[in-house]
Design a protein around this ligand. Structure first.
Ligand code: ZN
Length: 156
């Protein structure tokens, strides 16, 4: 629901506020349009819990993992198909199983974040950052463990 034009003008009467687009000072404007950049203005009610930093960090971790694991899985499967199955050593099968598992975990985490964003928004900002950082570290640790397991097994 957007604000009425008169409410915008009344709010800015005698009050300094920067245009959210161009930073022009909107003090005492006569219509809800920035005189500098020409964009329409409206009043909104917001909350610090809607800051995009924690949400972006939370989304980046499983997105990166999903992209990396998905592409690596696809390449591995294509190599297996092209080689007629000759590349499917026990190590390669373990690798594929690990990639499928990581891809599923990333997909579930990403789907939960997107589909249940309301729950994320309702968290305190501090808890949003904690969850986002935990996801980021968790994704890193899972992939580092996978790499160590592959190295310990002597490669693929
Ligand atoms: Zn402007």
């Amino acid at each position: 629901m957007s604000s009425e034009p008169a409410e915008v003008v009344a709010y800015l009467r005698g009050r300094d506020a920067a245009c959210p687009i161009c930073d022009y000072n909107l003090r005492d404007i006569d219509e809800p349009v920035c005189p500098e950049c020409g964009h329409r203005l409206e009043l909104v009610i917001s909350s610090p819990s809607l800051r995009t930093g924690p949400w972006t960090l939370a989304i980046i971790a499983p997105s990166l993992a999903l992209g990396f694991d998905g592409v690596t899985l696809l390449i591995t499967v294509i190599v297996a198909i092209v080689s007629g199955g000759a590349s499917l050593t026990p190590g390669a099968l373990f690798f594929i199983l690990g990639l499928v598992t990581l891809t599923l975990i990333s997909t579930i985490a990403l789907a939960w974040l997107i589909l249940d964003r309301r729950r994320f928004r309702r968290m305190q900002v501090r808890d949003q950052w904690r969850l986002a950082a935990s996801l980021f570290v968790g994704v890193f640790v899972l992939h580092a463990l996978g790499g160590l397991l592959i190295a310990a097994a002597g490669g693929l």
